[in-house]
Design a protein around this ligand. Sequence first.
Ligand SMILES: Cc1cc2nc3c(=O)[nH]c(=O)nc-3n(C[C@H](O)[C@H](O)[C@H](O)COP(=O)(O)OP(=O)(O)OC[C@H]3O[C@@H](n4cnc5c(N)ncnc54)[C@H](O)[C@@H]3O)c2cc1C
Length: 507
Amino acid sequence: MSNLQLTKRDFLKYGTSLLTAAALPYPYQAALAKEAWDTIVIGAGTAGIPAAIFAAQRGLKVLVIEKASVIGGTLFVSTGQISGAGTVFQERKGIKDSPDQHYDDIMRLNHNTSDPALTRVLADHAGPTINWLAANGYTIFENHPVKKMAHDAFSVARYQQGPKGATGPWGGGLAILNTMKPLFESEVSKGSITILLETSAVDLIQSANADIKGVVTQNNQGKSLEYKSRSVILASGGCASNPRMYEELHGVPLYCQMAYPQSQGAGLILGQSVGGFLRGGEKYSPLYGMILSDDKVPATPYGVVINAIDRKPWEVLVNSEGKRFVQEDHESIDHIEHQIGKQPAHRHWAILDQRMLNEMPPMIYDWSNQRIMGEANNHIMFKSASSIKELAIKSGLHPLNLENSVDDYNRKTANNQSDSLGRLHRPLAIKEGPFYSVRMSGWSLCSFAGLGVNENFEVIRSSGETIKNLYAIGEVIGFGATSGNAYVNGMGVTPALTYGRLLGQRI
Ligand SMILES: Cc1cc2nc3c(=O)[nH]c(=O)nc-3n(C[C@H](O)[C@H](O)[C@H](O)COP(=O)(O)OP(=O)(O)OC[C@H]3O[C@@H](n4cnc5c(N)ncnc54)[C@H](O)[C@@H]3O)c2cc1C
């Protein structure tokens, strides 16, 4: 068995089936462990796929280790909204833009909290990365690029999404995966990329002087092997499917289960085990308006309330004390989200009345407002009552405070006086019962914390010294590294793709 050699024919034979489900039989895995690899990519997702493609196209001998039975990672679930300056899509619409403007916008939107050096690299190379996708068949919605979707606006339209994929929940990630997959498969069939599916990286091999020289894997039968390589790229994603690690690193529970199931934080552990350090957990910021399916967290999403970027709110927002805490129609959703982050358990309730439900545009994505009535008192997050006091009691809110909050809002709305929190959009007072509450939670789908890297994507120690031959790209370096303490349009997928492309070109 140990003498088994892989022939080019073997690669070709397994090349096509590898990308569907079959893991390479163990004897072949063992034979591959005898080869010398130029680079090993851990994780065939958003960042790992382009890294492997570009390295292979340069003639490097690439081994990809992927825990799941398919390549794609978070692209299966991600909205895949990306941003870049100087794209062909902007050019077609006559939109003028530059990497400098992109950089300035990112830093403005995240209050200068992303890593400046990494952000600079991103801004300089995101446009060419999107153009590379476009050259390989990636298309976007007719009305894109846009300045904003769900997050605060760029100064220039540079944000886009691919048309919905056949099977994804929102699909934009699949549009990217479907563009890159044939390129990856082509390198697999040429033998320049070899992929081990259903195989986890469980350890890194270090030489006596602590340089990285390979990876220890475990296959789906629990068998271990060691693969030697001149460099190793950690591209194994974040930890947003690992509630314990998530809470430990961010100081906030993982409220909602939305991330790719394999986002267990393996790369964060591997990087630390050889001297790397984690940073960025303090940048955590909640998103607005998640209606969880259950009280027990992490829970699955039940519905998502459309935020003030895409809809002028009619409802009033209160915290668990029954008090309003933010100008509901504030022009910056980032401002609203940071205020939510200051509320107990990041909970916020929408309070509204029957007339609002009858007259306002839909409040929840893909729901009619009639459905909200149907859910009231049937689902834990929805209540209705004939008085505000009764509504407060049913919702677990302070009754007197809620009555005062609603009275104040109603009186100032009726008298056309300035709202206590500066709200301008006040189409109706809350006065026609039954009254309704919808309980929402702050939530996130990314890990802000990640491994420290320099602008060459080399994993560093807290002293700044590099760990030789070890690189990290994608969410394993932390969403906060490129998005800071805010959700800047496209600042998860775009850096993953861009850094993957650059590292594949340079390593
Ligand atoms: C629902 C959702 C919507 C999002 N929408 C957007 C958006 O519109 N725009 C945006 O910019 N960002 C968005 N994000 C964030 C963005 O999609 C992610 O940050 C990015 O895709 C992560 O890429 P990655 O390469 O780091 O990880 P992944 O794409 O998850 O790839 C990691 C790969 O590593 C594999 N792996 C894990 N552990 C191991 C191991 N031990 N050994 C081997 N392989 C391993 C995994 O199976 C996976 O294939 C969204 C995230 C989610 C969850």
